[in-house]
Ligand binder design. Structure first.
Ligand code: M6R
Length: 364
């Protein structure tokens, strides 16, 4: 049931404020204002590393979470796509905590990676939407993301709910490693609890995102740029566009532009920049100016302060809600998803069932 929406994908994007709140309700203890989690039995204090393994969109969620685990918990992070991880003989040890992230819990490569790692690591955790899945059954600790059934082949609400869940795990790890006082933890939990409201505000910008997407739909190639956690979000935006609109897209770390991809830029290449006003903003703006100097059409997603300072020369600026940097990558997932959705819908593509793709990839 599409509940009145034209596609499941659009319905699921719009469900994000609601379902992200389910994950928060599960992982936040309202009495104390602290995180409570099935993962409290994981020994992060003694862990030497966290190993995150997944495919596709779930893999990009891991890359965003890496910034949280490093910054908050000072925990070394290793990440790989499941299909590479299992065959490259990674050295693993009992002091590793291995986390497998999968919406379906049935992805063959992720499951095989889990089976490969399980005998070698200290603790196997899964972050899943389907808690009756094989990956969940074979994990010592299961963290549900509680996003509800996701029907569209493009993963949307599972992505933001994976992020919320991984954020709670990073906070828990930080606490166990003596990096967060109860007051600091409460502050982070309060910030995270604002995600549903800000997701709704981002969704309210849908008309402007749709207008940008319609212009983009004519392009042959699109570049997505971001710094810090917005780099993996740029990769996710490019993946979304490729898989449902069939427009070629690439995500890059903004600073890498001049190391190659800028050669692609001309007036026919839209360049999507995901950049809230943070300490890296000025650097991103200078990368944007390099693009504009070569005639590139910049579509900038930023907050109101960013829009005031950096709109000049951009083909389009879409204002996103002002939020704490901790949750900004969750909130900016919305424009990444909706750009792809509206471009694909405008081109008349089969948004919910793109060619050559299956919802759950149960073969290698
Ligand atoms: O069910 P999973 O989360 O394990 O699926 C992983 C990928 O196959 C999946 O995220 C895929 O990349 C999506 N179609 C992206 O929108």
């Amino acid at each position: 049931d599409k509940a009145g929406y034209k596609h499941f994908m659009l319905k699921e994007v719009n469900e994000q404020p609601t379902v992200s709140a389910y994950a928060l309700a599960h992982y936040v203890d309202n009495e104390t204002g602290l995180i409570r989690s099935e993962a409290e039995d994981v020994d992060f204090a003694q862990a030497s590393r966290i190993v995150l393994v997944a495919c596709g969109t779930a893999h990009y969620a891991c890359h965003i979470a890496k910034y949280w685990f490093e910054k908050l918990a000072r925990l070394p992070v290793e990440i790989d796509v499941a299909s590479e991880f299992r065959y490259r003989e990674p050295p693993l040890s009992k002091s590793d905590v291995a986390v497998f992230v999968s919406q379906s819990g049935e992805t063959a490569d992720t499951l095989a990676a889990l089976r490969h790692a399980a005998p070698q690591v200290g603790h196997v955790v899964s972050v899943v939407n389907v808690t009756t899945s094989t990956i969940a059954r074979e994990s010592e600790t299961v963290l549900p993301i509680l996003a509800g059934p996701e029907i569209g082949v493009a993963s949307t609400k599972a992505f933001t709910s994976q992020l919320v869940t991984l954020a709670t795990l990073a906070i828990l790890a930080a606490r166990q490693r003596g990096r967060l006082s109860p007051d600091e933890e409460r502050r982070l939990v309060r910030v995270l609890s604002e995600a549903p409201r800000h997701l709704a505000e981002a969704i309210a910008a849908a008309p402007e995102i749709e207008a940008a997407a319609r212009e983009m739909a004519e392009a042959r190639d699109v570049l997505y740029l971001g710094r810090g956690p917005f780099f993996p979000l740029a990769l996710e935006g490019a993946l979304k566009l490729k898989e449902i609109s069939y427009i070629h897209a690439e995500g890059y770390a903004s600073g890498e532009l001049k190391h190659g991809p800028i050669a692609l830029v001309d007036s026919s290449v839209p360049v999507v920049v995901l950049a809230p006003r943070d300490q890296l903003f000025d650097k991103t703006v200078s990368n944007m100016q390099e693009v504009m100097a070569r005639g590139g059409r910049v579509i900038l997603f930023t907050d109101s302060v960013g829009a005031q300072t950096a709109s000049e020369g951009a083909a389009r600026v879409v204002v996103m809600p002002t939020c704490d940097p901790f949750i900004a990558p969750i909130v900016y997932a919305v424009p990444a998803q909706l750009l792809a959705y509206y471009a694909a819908a405008f081109l008349g593509k089969d948004v919910d069932q793109p060619r050559n793709l299956a919802k759950s990839v149960t073969v290698e």
